[in-house]
Design a protein around this ligand. Structure first.
Ligand code: FEO
Length: 170
């Protein structure tokens, strides 16, 4: 369980709550989808495309507003942390977004192809999700304590505000 930090300076609290809600929403629908029906893909593809675009935006905001500032601060105080350097380096989000866009061509294809694509989609998204949840936990357990240690309370208040604002306008 992630250590508890005051909500007002916990920069991951609000965005990760949103990301976990999104995960819960698509996992329910994806696991019960019947891909014999063309409507299943027509419903799921835009839902997943919006969701994974939001994940991509979340990653970008974290890179720009949290990780870059944290890296600069650690450099300033001569602290090395390899986990901060490559946090999103192996992200699969672009590949999944490409797969989702390819999926629209399957909606009018025979049932066997829709089922095959649906199985592929379930596996790829499930594999991603199995990594995404611990990834968020790692950010909460490793990066938030570093932020608490090397940033002033007022800086974190401002950082949290910026992070939330960016997520609201993604
Ligand atoms: Fe908060 Fe990098 O996901």
């Amino acid at each position: 369980m992630a250590p508890k930090f005051p909500d007002e300076v916990n920069v991951f609290l609000v965005p990760h709550s949103r990301m976990k809600d999104l995960v819960g929403n698509y996992m329910d629908q994806l696991s019960t989808a019947d891909f014999r029906s063309s409507g299943a893909l027509e419903h799921l593809l835009p839902l997943l495309e919006n969701t994974f675009s939001e994940f991509k935006s979340h990653e970008h905001i974290e890179n720009q507003y949290i990780l870059e500032q944290l890296k600069q601060r650690l450099k300033l105080v001569n602290v090395t942390s390899t986990s901060v350097c490559n946090c999103h380096g192996d992200s699969q989000l672009v590949e999944i977004l490409n797969l989702l866009r390819d999926g629209y061509t399957c909606t009018s294809k025979p049932i066997s192809e829709r089922i095959s694509f649906g199985s592929q989609l379930q596996k790829v998204v499930s594999d991603f999700t199995q990594q995404f949840i611990p990834h968020m936990q790692e950010e909460e357990e490793i990066f938030q304590p570093l932020l608490m240690k090397y940033f002033a309370h007022e800086e974190l208040l401002l950082l949290k505000q910026q992070v939330i604002q960016q997520h609201e306008i993604w």
